[in-house]
Design a binder for this molecule. Structure first.
Ligand code: E4P
Length: 231
């Protein structure tokens, strides 16, 4: 499963790509607006930080096919390759998806809440569909099950589209979608931290350190190996 970062915060992106195996960044208008800064400036800075090989999913704001297509071309001009144009599901969005797909764009159909929205988007040419797990859970609609059934549909019909689960509020949701074969998850830096956090891991590391120091003092593995080869 691919891990993708769901933020536009420059410092958090720098930190996460240094420490975690993230393969891209996703944004939406809410995420961008939280940074209160120049749009072109922030997307070009994110592209510089993540490099040309990571995916960069940026959402359009236009409501008509024509506006969406024009925005897609302008976004490609701004951030270059590995752009995934995020298009919210709608009739105009699907028309734009089919058109842009034919013109070689990568598309992520977003704001997906049902299995049939996902299937139609995939048939229209979306590379990814983004179901909103936590927002589904909030309305007692079992986000993990929706993701599971979309994965099953894509496998059943041998579709190339992949499922990029989004909208997480805890590690349990991420774990559950990973168990059903979801292809990718976009998560906040805080969720990413919580995926690797466990107090027992920290205790174990502290115990290793204390036991080692009891016998070898402040010498590291490297110190001891160097001393041995110098003898
Ligand atoms: C990502 O692509 C989605 O837009 C995002 O995960 C939605 O998350 P939210 O439900 O926390 O706003």
């Amino acid at each position: 499963m691919l891990y993708i970062l769901d933020t536009a915060n420059i410092e958090k992106i720098k930190n996460c790509i240094e420490y975690y195996p993230v393969v891209g960044v996703t944004t939406n208008p809410t995420i961008i607006s939280r940074e209160h800064t120049d749009f072109l400036g922030i997307i070009t800075e994110i592209r510089d930080i993540i490099g040309p090989d990571r995916m960069f999913h940026i959402q359009v704001t236009g409501n008509t096919c024509e506006q969406i297509v024009n925005e897609a071309y302008a976004l490609r001009e701004a951030v270059g390759k590995n752009l995934y144009v995020k298009i919210p599901i709608s009739k105009q969005g699907l028309k734009a998806t089919m058109l842009l797909h034919r013109e070689g764009f990568h598309i992520t159909e977003t704001a997906i809440f049902t299995q049939q929205q996902a299937l139609v988007a995939a048939k229209a040419g979306a590379d990814f569909v983004a179901p909103y797990v936590n927002r589904l859970d909030n309305i007692v609609s079992d986000g993990v099950n929706v993701v599971h059934e979309i994965v099953e549909l894509f496998n059943m019909y041998k579709l190339e589209s992949r499922v990029l689960a989004a909208s997480f509020k805890n590690a349990e949701q991420v774990h559950k979608i990973s168990l059903v074969g979801c292809h990718a998850a976009t998560v906040s830096p805080e969720i990413l931290d919580s995926l690797i956090y466990h107090p027992l891991s920290m205790y174990a590391i502290d115990d290793f350190e204390a036991d080692w120091k009891n016998v070898y003092g402040n010498n590291s593995v490297l110190d001891l190996l160097k001393n041995d080869t110098e003898k």
